[in-house]
Structures are given as C-alpha cells and as structure tokens.
Design a binder for this molecule. Structure first.
Ligand SMILES: [Zn+2]
Ligand SMILES: [Zn+2]
Length: 174
C-alpha cells in the first residue's frame, strides 16, 4: 500500500495524536501542517477537545487482530460523523476528500480525518500495520510502513532493550 496519500495522512496524524496525548497547541498545529491539513491553527481548547479522541484512537492500535481493529475503526467513523466529500479549492485545483466540512471546526475535522485514515489503512489490507510497541512499559503506537509489515517495536532502542533482557534471562537460566 502507499503511505504518502492524503487519506493515509489521517492515519499518520492518528499515530501522532496517540503518541502526543496532551499536545501544546503549536505542536498540534505543526503536526497537522506536516500532513497538509487545511487551516491547521489549533487553540488550547482544540487540543483539549482531542484528548479523549486520542484515547479512542489508541484502542485501535492496541486491539488484538484485524477484526477487532476494524470494528473499533468502524465505530470511530460513526462517532466522528465522517462524511467524505469531494472538494476543490478553486478552478483547476485538484479534487480531494474532505471528511468533515472546514466550517465544523478543527476537532471534528481531525476526528473525521483520523477515523478515515485508520479505516482506509484497514480497507487497503494494512490493518495489521496499525501496531503498538510490544516492549513492556512502552506505550508508543505506529503505522508500520516497512516492506514486510512485521514491525513489533516503536524503535530500535526498544527492540534492543527487549533483546538484551531476553539475553540476560537466557544467561541466568543457563
Ligand atoms: Zn481541501
Ligand atoms: Zn517502544
């Protein structure tokens, strides 16, 4: 699957929100701008309004198996009142999806965009790529963009820590 489309950007933003559950408004704005979200300027109230949503997004990444992830993501589409529309910003400008009207404000748009992003990844067969780091004590989530899609850790650092402790355990039990 392609990971650089605007639709999948919603999944990247979902990852960011889960990993930054209490962002400062400028951080949130920068993250949205990174993914070409329209009118990304976030207020403190916007950032606060998205906190419970980040918790709901997290459940998708942590759910066991694609079926559970799909059921949760489907529920998010409804909760976010996600209604795709084809929009162009002027004559000759490309048409693209908006998942909630810009007039609804930033939090509803981010909810709809992130729900659509996760749903799109699952629709494209990438549900197992919505993952959470398996190192105990690490709560980082990710969209696995690797070729084989077998990522288990957020970073090499977490993978190494687990490998080191497994090695120590083996050494002790010998
Ligand atoms: Zn647009
Ligand atoms: Zn980790």
């Amino acid at each position: 699957m392609q990971f650089n489309t605007y639709t999948v950007a919603g999944a990247h933003i979902a990852v960011w929100l889960v990993n930054h559950p209490a962002p400062e408004p400028p951080e949130l704005t920068a993250a949205l701008l990174d993914h070409d979200v329209h009118e990304p300027a976030a207020t403190a109230a916007d950032a606060l309004a998205l906190r419970p949503w980040a918790a709901r997004l997290r459940a998708v990444f942590e759910a066991d198996g694609v079926t559970a992830k799909a059921e949760l993501a489907d529920a998010l589409l409804i909760a976010a009142d996600c209604r795709p529309r084809l929009v162009s910003h002027g004559t000759g400008q490309p048409f693209h999806f908006h998942y909630a009207p810009v007039a609804t404000g930033l939090p509803p748009r981010v909810r709809a965009l992130t729900a659509a992003g996760l749903a799109h990844v699952i629709d494209d067969g990438g549900g197992s790529r919505l993952g959470a780091c398996v190192r105990p004590g690490c709560d980082v989530v990710f969209l696995d963009t690797s070729r084989n899609g077998r990522r288990h850790f957020c970073t090499l650092r977490c993978a190494n820590q687990v490998n080191v402790s497994a090695h120590r355990l083996r050494a002790r039990t010998r």
